[in-house]
Design a protein around this ligand. Sequence first.
Ligand SMILES: Cc1cc2nc3c(=O)[nH]c(=O)nc-3n(C[C@H](O)[C@H](O)[C@H](O)COP(=O)(O)OP(=O)(O)OC[C@H]3O[C@@H](n4cnc5c(N)ncnc54)[C@H](O)[C@@H]3O)c2cc1C
Length: 510
Amino acid sequence: MSHDFEVAIVGGGHNALVAACYLAKAGKKVVVLEKNQEFGGATKSVYAFEGVGAKLSRYSYLVALFPDQIKQDLDLKFETLSRTVSSYTPSGNTGILINRSFDAESRESITAFASNIEESDAWERFYKRIGVFAEVLAPTMLEPLKDETEVKALIGEELWDEFVVQPLEVTLSKYFKNDLVKGIVLTDGLIGTFTSATERLSNICFLYHLIGNGTGEWRVPKGGMGKLVEALLQRATSLGVEMRVGTEVLGVNTSKDGVTIKLNTGEELSAKVLLSGAAPKVLERIAGINAPTLRDGSQVKMNMVLKRLPNLKSGVDPRRAFAGTFHIDESYEQLEKAYHQAKSGVIPDVIPSEMYCHTLTDPSILSESMQEAGNHTLTLFALHTPASLFDKDHDLVKVEVTKRILAGLNRYLVEPIEELLLNDAAGQPCIEVKTPQELEAEIDLPRGNIFHSDLMWPWRTRGEQGKWGVETTHDRIFIAGAGAVRGGGVSGIAGHNAAMAALERLAKSN
Ligand SMILES: Cc1cc2nc3c(=O)[nH]c(=O)nc-3n(C[C@H](O)[C@H](O)[C@H](O)COP(=O)(O)OP(=O)(O)OC[C@H]3O[C@@H](n4cnc5c(N)ncnc54)[C@H](O)[C@@H]3O)c2cc1C
């Protein structure tokens, strides 16, 4: 039977585009089918406010996991920039400032805050140890999935026990005594995942946040996250990939030698192999391939444009405080309390969140006149706000959650953030807020889960996980999106690995 395409890809997120580029580079005839009017999924940059020249990374905003190897293989014109500061965490009228390289100033800041030199020593020891995971795991992400026993042997028994076997709660308590220091460390185990330090899902989330490219450094995408999509689109087009927007895949029928794809346009396409860059729940709906159960997405994302940066009660220069990750109400106890409140169906009294200012590292997302006027953008990501909280009275809950998040931020500012918001052309303040439900409606993230599925250990824990971690129960259908083993985040890894699996499948004679 002749097919329209060798490979059809559902969805046009960055992973799908990475897969398309690798496949087209290998000479395959590929089509990408995206339901929205633009490609990019969760990696878009947009002018979110009418008449305001600020191109914001609307959803995802920092990059750590995207391997340099993919950039080189595909010759992508996409740059990321280092932030000078790693994080600032205000507490009362003081706070903890940690520079990107853990230097004397960072050490002194922790020591002064905790009144204890052991806490900064522990910080250094802890991150050196987790660095071993980064060195071992980062180079394996684009290789066939390693077995758990193999990885364990490379990591060593003691480290394995600390970071894989013991819940994060136990290991963090072993190293850190100070509640705020412990909370700053814990946040990497929670971002994008509705979990607690007592659950091992937080260990998995933690590893993901610290292994990117062997360093775990979170960098600013130059020109905004949309630049990654632009680079991928340029490459895919030059390689001859057929790209379609406004094209939703409604159904997939499988046969022994391929798939038939039903589109919203009424058309039907056939392909030898299907990749899904959409979430496993979407694949379940369109192709009947069972998806694992997943937790609610549990974040609220806010984008703001400011007249100028706010001043802080602690007196720290805002150009430093907001250059890195600005942690708001993220002590260990605050994080745990918020989790348990949200889990029991109550909006947390104090909603932990974190924020950073893109334009301090990369002003290029602002028009020249805005740069001259001293305008800035802020991107805020609130934790422990699961979709379930918004199921009833969505709009009312959204108003209340927004109020609590901004009150949390305002506790540390000299003047309320609301007074510093720029107005758009219609006189409305430049602030947009996205709940998990809105993320599902806009870009099909099931229950707003930003990783498509619950994250999995980046090695084989079960026999059925297949060679690349992208396999499904149908041997011509592969997962090319964040829901693959080693998917999640802006990494392109799932796209690369699905392309490798598809090439191997196409090389078979039947
Ligand atoms: C608010 C937010 C903040 C985040 N912050 C970060 C961050 O800073 N750093 C980071 O690394 N990660 C971050 N993430 C996570 C990261 O963005 C995602 O995990 C990743 O971008 C997923 O990419 P993907 O290509 O696998 O899928 P997606 O980007 O989700 O793309 C899937 C595409 O499939 C399309 N689609 C769905 N169903 C169909 C269908 N039936 N037919 C056709 N098309 C379909 C969708 O429209 C979408 O375009 C964030 C995510 C969100 C939502």
